[in-house]
Write a protein that binds this ligand. Sequence first.
Ligand code: ZN
Length: 370
Amino acid sequence: MTMKKDNDTVFIGGDIYRQAAYGNNHPLTIPRVGPVMDVCRHMGWLDDDAYVESPQASREDLIRFHASAYVDAVIEVDQAGKSNAQLREIFGLGTQENPVFTGLYERAATSCGGSIHAAERVLNGGCAYNPAGGTHHGQPAKASGFCYFNDPVLSIYQFLDAGIARVLYLDLDAHHGDGVEDAFADDLRVGTLSIHEQDRWPHSGKTSDPSRNIWNFPVPQGFSDAELGFLMEAVVMPVHASFAPDAVVITCGADGLAGDPLSAMNLSNVALWSAVECVRDATLRTVVLGGGGYNPWTVTRCWAGLWAVLAGYDVHKPLLGAAAAMFSEFESDLVDEEDVVPAWCTTIADIPVETAVRPAVERLAAQRAA
Ligand SMILES: [Zn+2]
């Protein structure tokens, strides 16, 4: 049975994300947004009236945050099909981490266009979901951590420029949302809250500075559903209540899930969904973005299911024929075949494993309260 769909919830996607990207030897070579759109359609969760084709951000849009020389350099390496020593050194373009590939500029600018449009779309209330967004490591004049531009920053600016007074940024990716924190560190209209795995790249986000509206929670390996639930109740929702944002932008990276090859957190997708849903329900205007996620099975299930939850569909129905077939055809250089859990090909929702909240996580909340 298909349940009610909220009309004020839109999915922003694009066929550009189906094109090969990042070269062959990169964690992001796997398709992500294309399969998420396909699964949602196969499952009957994505009507045409809820789907918006992502616009591409203009150069003008991008320089709201990025240096114009940097934007021009991205265009230049894209057109040349390669970087050079100088552009690599100055702008981080053409490195192993941020390679040059065909369609780079259009793809990166489209993920920004989607997040800018998402903010525009919900100015009068509602929720917009751009799973291609969440490039939270992008710097004003440098590519970093697989990110070329920073679409969460541009989405937040879109709200601020439209007169929205206070925006909370919530980052649930396994990595610290450094680019967004840095962008608004001195702007008291924006609060940034990041929950991320401790001792992991980019190694920032160790401390909070609530006087400047920065909240960081570096969590231990094995971070679990119970621990996320605990932090949501003990710190995230209290910060939300006291900051009283008029809009929230959420980066919901899927790399904190159990089975992700680039982190050692242990979340179920159900835990991430309920965290996002809880914040969405408490907020007038919500933009939900993707982020990291390097296991094709878990990232696709997470982001397809996140859409189902946001739009009010039954995420517990079993995967149907065409959708199930997609999962059985996924391949990954980073996930061993014997580690592919059979349920990843037959269900969308994980079965959460109940564990206790460890003292190290309780201490993080106590520091916040102190
Ligand atoms: Zn990440």
